[in-house]
Design a protein around this ligand. Sequence first.
Ligand code: ADP
Length: 359
Amino acid sequence: MSYLTLKNINKIYPNGYHAVHDFNLSIEKGEFIVFVGPSGCGKSTTLRMIAGLEDISNGEFCINGKRANEMGPREREIAMVFQSYALYPQMTVFDNIAFGLTLQGVDEDIIEEKVKNTARILGLTDYLDRFPRALSGGQRQRVAIGRAIIRKVGVFLMDEPLSNLDAKQRVTMRSEIAQIHRNTGATTIYVTHDQTEAMTLADRIVVMKDGYVQQIGTPYELYYQPVNVFVAGFIGEPPMNFIKGTLKGGKISFGKNVLDVTKKLGDKAKKYEGKEIVFGFRPEAIELGKKDNAYQINAEVELTEMLGDNTNVYITAGDDKAILKVDPHDTPAVDSNIDFSIPLSEVYIFDGATEMVIK
Ligand code: ADP
């Protein structure tokens, strides 16, 4: 039996808006689950239904096999860290972390021990006497997490906890959240629109779009085995390149290059003759030059961006465009003409009508 199960969960808001459709997921104890997707896809709504802050319109949510739909937030033993980590400005870090326990009337000695323990996990030991105004954004966020983890709960819910931090702090805090998860082993559900956060933190990722789950899998599965165009394009930076075309004689064109789709699909290509398909490949999956067992492409270099560890090369072939990621030492000249190869194993073909991957 899984720790948390969501069975055909739906959310229809009072105004009639159907925000979440048939959400199904089982979560094991200790897992780090990330809900990711563009703004408005239903991530927070789903999280808030798990927290008990929003009614579940349809479907069943169970904790340890027991129906929890009607349980209040406290009864669910779930703690939530919100986007805006409103700390009490007139209280020290110690008092902010202790607040929930103080309210419950917990013994002072026990509070002291727990706060110190929590502060140690979060690296806040030296800051317990400070007030929030004397902390950096990252430290404030850690205090907010401290307030949540000091309560003995089974599940932590985090809704875009890093969105108020600058880019550098986000990266630091991201690894700290991973560390906190390793230290506490707590089951965590984390909401973000940022695919890098999802990829780096999650044991499993749930990709959502327009209220529907698109795919659930490990970061590896989502990157290497995307089920549709949306997931393929959402995971990875820069995103996967997509070349659309109508299959004629098993082929589509990429500028003046001919892509023989039967090389990848074999006989299955027949079924799509005369139909639209999408040919996908990742910027980083190419090799410069002409290689065997690969699609060989000739294209013009429009622009290059040297990023230090790699260079993004923007290419055009006729009306088609793509981005390639190359070693900075191999950066081609702008306006030059280059050959590159896409290994067959790195090519994804999607049905143009359903946008599902063709296996
Ligand atoms: P996300 O967290 O993925 O950005 P949300 O779960 O916040 O998305 O919202 C999902 C959709 O539900 C959005 O289109 C949003 O406008 C809508 N929505 C959110 N709250 C309400 C509400 N109280 N009433 C009606 N629609 C809502």
